[in-house]
Design a protein around this ligand. Structure first.
Ligand code: CMC
Length: 373
């Protein structure tokens, strides 16, 4: 038997052309483009096209892609009814997981397994997931859903559907950049989940539903919501030191810090730190940014740990007026692009993903009838 590694740490499970991470050099690269080549230069739609196709779109290709997404934004009536009927206190990630699974029931291509059909399903998911998240966000606050204006683009349209008014340029650009930063991340837990499901030749909706389930956990995408809950619980910048000391003494994990791959810092956090500061200054409410800075400094001093993507995305989203419960669904909205890129790649050269376990249980037991146990 080969070597056992808890959590599959550092195990290379497959070959991929989509995303490269250098955990020592703090590098994240999509299809050969370092994120510094994309953030602030490309739109999220261009990056999705890149992830799916291996190259950036020409102007006409981008236009066609945006038209395709716009045409796919509407939700089936029955799904809107489901969102309206969902309990107001249901976790939005659970609502999203169920809604994506249900969406598969309405897609005529669900069980068609060719590349073109899978591309259509990927585009449908990318167009519809933000609408599901925004509708659910409004309904749980007792507000009517705001139908999409897809011509705004995925990022601005999401903020529009959530707030009922078009965002200004700065908010839209920062949110678009945040979507780019969350789009893909190699073989993280949810992407691995999506590839495992796909490798059985199940369908795209099953794979994305399972991936949402994996992303939901607080050790993965669920951390961003927990970070904001932490900041709110601390309340003021002058309480950070005392709070952290007590939390570490209780051996708690501090959400938004540490990473399985990045051991010298997460390059995505550099951008999100700046966005958090810019939005805090714009809103005249810099305390979440200041508290985050102090936590970052202390966590480095005390634990040698750096913030990950979830740390500053929390205060960034909060400053964009996004309710905390939607932070992880927004991560899913962006990551649909990476999940589906990996699903398509998996199907291009599929091999069932089926590792082994080292058996450490009892051996040579003999059966004892139930009345004698
Ligand atoms: N707070 C306190 N201690 C920590 C933390 C943390 N956030 N992260 C790691 N450590 C400690 C851990 O206790 C361990 O110490 P020791 O060796 O003394 O037991 C050491 O650092 C190594 O931790 P590990 O659990 O072996 O590292 P891992 O690679 O399994 O964990 C992680 C990576 C992300 C699960 C972990 O850092 C963590 O739980 N972070 C908090 C949750 C979080 O922010 N998740 C988001 C991850 S990034 C984006 C995403 O995937 O969504």
């Amino acid at each position: 038997m080969s070597t056992f590694k808890a959590g599959l740490e550092d195990i290379v499970a497959l070959r991929s052309e989509i995303c490269f991470i250098d955990g020592q050099k703090r590098q994240l690269v999509y299809r050969g483009y370092d994120i510094s080549e994309l953030v602030g230069k490309a739109t999220f739609e261009e990056v999705v096209y890149l992830l799916w196709n291996g190259q950036l779109p020409a102007a006409a290709e981008l236009e066609r892609f945006k038209e395709q997404l716009a045409a796919e934004a509407a939700l089936p009536e029955q799904l809107v009814d489901f969102l309206k009927a969902s309990p107001k206190d249901a976790e939005p990630m659970a609502v999203l997981r169920t809604a994506v699974s249900a969406l598969g029931l309405f897609d005529p291509d669900t069980s068609v397994q060719d590349r073109e059909a899978n591309r259509r399903k990927a585009a449908r998911l990318l167009a519809k997931v933000p609408v599901i998240v925004a509708y659910n966000g409004r309904l749980r606050e007792g507000k009517d859903p705001v139908p999409p204006k897809p011509e705004l683009g995925l990022a601005a349209n999401f903020l529009y559907m959530l707030h009922g008014r078009e965002p200004d340029r700065m908010d839209a650009e920062i949110f678009d950049a945040a979507l780019i930063l969350h789009a893909d991340h190699e073989l993280n837990a949810s992407t691995f989940t999506a590839r495992v499901v796909t490798s059985t030749l199940s369908d795209v909706y099953s794979a994305v539903t399972a991936a949402i389930g994996a992303l939901k956990g607080p050790l993965h995408g669920g951390a961003n919501e927990q970070v904001m809950r932490t900041l709110l619980a601390i309340g003021e910048a002058d309480r950070v030191d005392e709070w952290l000391e007590a939390a570490l003494a209780r051996k708690e994990r501090i959400m938004g810090f540490g990473h399985r791959v990045y051991k010298t810092g997460d390059p995505r956090a550099d951008y999100l730190r700046r966005f958090s500061q810019q939005l805090g200054e714009k809103r005249g409410e810099t305390k979440w940014y200041e508290m985050s800075r102090r936590l970052e400094q202390l966590m480095y001093e005390k634990k040698g740990l750096y913030p990950n993507v979830d740390f500053y995305s929390a205060s960034t989203y909060y400053m964009l007026g996004i309710p905390m419960e939607l932070f992880t669904p927004i991560f899913a909205f962006s990551r649909v692009s990476g999940w589906t890129a990996h699903i398509l790649e998996q199907l291009d050269d599929n091999r069932l993903i089926r590792p082994r376990a080292e058996y450490v249980g009892p051996r040579d037991q003999t059966f004892v009838p139930v009345d004698q146990r």
